[in-house]
Design a protein around this ligand. Sequence first.
Ligand code: PMP
Length: 370
Amino acid sequence: MSRLAREHDAVNLGQGFPDFPGPDFVKTAAVAAINADRNQYAISHGEPSLRQAIAASWGTAHDLPVDPATEVTVTSGATEAIFAALQAFAGSGDEVIAFEPFYDSYPAATVLAGAMFLPVRLHPPDWALTLEALEAAVTPQTRVILLNTPHNPTGKVFTRPELESFAELAMRRDLLVITDEVYDQITFGHATHLPLATLPGMWERTLTIGSTGKTFSMTGWKIGYAIGPGTLNSALRSVHQFVTFASATPFQVAMAEAMYVAQESGYYEQLRSEYDARRRLLTNGLRDAGLEPFPIGGSYFLTADVSRFGFDTDVEFCRWMVREIGVAAVPPSAFYLEPATAPVLARFCFAKSDQTLNEARERLARLASR
Ligand code: PMP
């Protein structure tokens, strides 16, 4: 869709990355780290100052001490953490379950680990967890369940009761859980992000994955991390060592500093309120266009039902919209194992400047008469 957007000079609300600059204090810290010659390999499992900052931030937020020496690993983005964790935890003969729609690296990483990928479908408008469907998917071969909250592409934030029933099942069936919480700082209204690992009995079996790319609008730096018990981190590290060995040193050093500055300066609250304003701007633009987005609790995506335009698939709709309306969105069928069975929706990213969102709003208005 990004290629098509360029070809048709369309406003790109497709790919999920901010089109505005990240904060100056983060950029300055990276320049300083480079000039201070912090340019050689980092320790494989992460620059100590960054592991310390991640552990401190988790400790403060959840009142749970985390040992930066053994319970935190820095990876090259959340994508690498997910990949390495699946290589570490699952193999031939194992089954991995994830909610569908799912972030597209999950099935790829599962299959590359030699395991079977089994999706359990969530349904609009609220994408609620149906425990019966999840329970029915678990077999003696199930090894790992992947959970993503706040969720891409739906914006769903799993509620405490949902997470509690999920946790009860994981404990009863003795499953490992990989939770992808890369949008943990981007939540709205009454939605509260609750890390699964903080529920009673879940720490031991959960690896929580985060990404500084989303929180600090630096997706190109690819600094991700995993938090969890020493046993799971040690398995993860044994794979990470031979996938990337280590992530870029100056960016790790900079992120460590950024996390402390963010904590002290109210950066996270500001991030949330800025994203909330962008969410409202795009919601209004979609409404003007006659599209009612599904309510979201977090992430920087809105999805809307576009079936009324009469296209058989979301891919056809999105291609048509780029050409005729000049706005690119992502067809969420890319997040389904069998795309032909996906509902006909479009995903719009609002990690964009006001200028981009206003331009998109003007163009989207043309949809109203279609
Ligand atoms: N998980 C989800 C749900 C995502 O949306 C993304 C980014 N689009 C990632 C993981 C990847 O994060 P990173 O860029 O840190 O690899």
